[in-house]
Design a binder for this molecule. Structure first.
Ligand SMILES: Nc1nc2c(ncn2[C@@H]2O[C@H](COP(=O)(O)OP(=O)(O)O)[C@@H](O)[C@H]2O)c(=O)[nH]1
Ligand SMILES: [Mg+2]
Length: 396
């Protein structure tokens, strides 16, 4: 009899995760907009890693700075000192920005191109100033044939009324942009007892996802943090595929330690989900999750003992008679494992649970319970739930 070894499984999940991360194509986002409108604040709340805080960035030109992190598939091109002065200054600035955009396109490499441009205008400026208008018109003219999507972000939308008015006045210009999106990237403290809640970043993120090149979507889902919905949607698709594959082969999942036929697929599934949520999990945290869901306490457990306990929970699974299980049970186990794991990731992403909690008794109990709850659901032989109540994992 073989044994379920959480440390070994965690190690293999981390290896698969490394591979996933290395295969991710780097996404490039350019920020335009005057100094002080909230570009850095926007970026820091839209993306998982606070790139703009890690330093002053690498100056690319006089106007543009490039922010990136080693082994991380996101680059931000920021224009931190953008001031719209007289005509000459505007033209000078445009030349620099456009040259940088062309450079990416001319390289012929997807990974060097700018994939999305966020043009930021502050709602606190109330109206669309002439020089702003002029700048953006000239920029969009130049950008016409590049097909790079441009979103106008109305930042600092502390007053929704101001934001709406500014939006209308920009709309009246009939600019060639994808959309105009008002946001408040961070809560705004109006006075001691009035806080205006941040809003709009989830919508912005979901819009960006729609308009970026297909080749960048996987990276974007991972590096953005504003829409948990984007992450969980993709994660559920990963689980569905793994469960369907398990159902089709009828192979035996992890806890059935007599055979490891399915282990690589489940490992890949858990690694993909971890990549989607972009959490830095230590080996011990991943081991804690796999132990709490698949195992019981202790470093190793006997496969079959744990399994017959788990099987009792699956509707219609029967027993491990002769060590044979059906494809639908394999699918159910895979789906339940994946969904319980997603539930944990969502809670961590929302800040309702910390990575540290995973190793506490309460955390372990929670994980074990969510796995068992997921097992109890009725499923077809692709692991799909037969009930419509999808609210078990804390998703909106
Ligand atoms: N509360 C709050 N403050 C913001 C927001 N956006 C910008 N700010 C503030 O406005 C100032 C300028 O923002 P910053 O991101 O540095 O602008 P940048 O020069 O365009 O990068 C900073 O003090 C920010 O804290 C927001 O969404 N909420
Ligand atoms: Mg800045």
């Amino acid at each position: 009899m073989e044994y379920f070894n959480p440390a070994d499984i965690a190690e293999r999940i981390l290896e698969a995760l490394d591979k996933e991360r290395q295969e991710m194509k780097t996404m490039n986002v350019m920020l335009l907009g005057k100094t002080g409108v909230g570009k850095s604040t926007l970026i820091n709340n839209l993306f998982n890693k606070r790139l703009a805080e890690t330093g002053i960035g690498r100056p690319v030109t006089q106007e543009i700075r490039q922010y990136s992190k080693e082994n991380y598939p996101l680059t931000i091109y920021d224009t931190p000192g953008l001031e719209l002065g007289g005509d000459n200054a505007i033209e000078q600035l445009l030349k620099g920005v456009n040259a940088e955009i062309r450079k990416g396109i001319n390289s012929g490499k997807m990974e060097k191109a700018i994939h999305c441009i966020l043009y930021c205008v502050s709602a606190t400026s109330h109206r669309f100033e002439e020089e702003e208008k002029k700048f953006i018109r000239m920029f969009l003219d130049e950008n016409r044939d590049t097909n790079i999507p441009v979103i106008i972000v109305i930042t600092q939308s502390i007053s929704k009324k101001d934001a709406k008015e500014l939006k209308s006045s920009i709309e009246a210009e009939n600019l060639n942009v994808t959309q105009i999106v008002p946001v408040l990237a961070e809560d705004y403290e109006l006075d001691e007892d009035t806080v205006i809640k941040a809003f709009g970043l989830d919508r912005l993120s979901e819009l960006m996802y729609e308009i970026i090149p297909d080749a960048m979507k996987k990276t974007f889902i991972s590096v953005q943090k504003a829409s948990i919905r984007l992450k969980s949607g993709k994660a559920h698709a990963v689980v569905a595929a793994a469960a369907a594959a398990a159902g089709a082969t009828g192979a035996i999942p992890i806890p059935f330690a007599d055979s490891f036929a399915l282990v690589p697929e489940q490992i890949a599934m858990l690694a993909s989900i971890t990549a989607i949520f972009d959490l830095s999990l230590e080996k011990s945290a991943i081991a804690a999750i796999t132990t709490a869901t698949l195992g019981t306490a202790g470093a190793t457990i006997a496969g079959k003992t744990a399994v017959s306990g788990l099987l009792k929970l699956i509707p219609g699974a029967g027993s491990v008679a002769g060590g044979v299980i059906s494809g639908s049970v394999a699918a159910a186990l895979t789906a339940a494992l994946g969904e319980a794991y997603i539930g944990i990731m969502i809670r961590i992403a929302k800040g309702e649970m910390s990575v540290k909690d995973l190793s506490t008794d309460e955390g372990k109990r929670f994980m074990s319970e969510s796995f068992k709850n997921a097992l109890r659901l009725r499923r077809n032989n692709k692991g799909e739930r037969l009930d419509k109540d999808k609210d078990k994992n804390g998703e909106e």
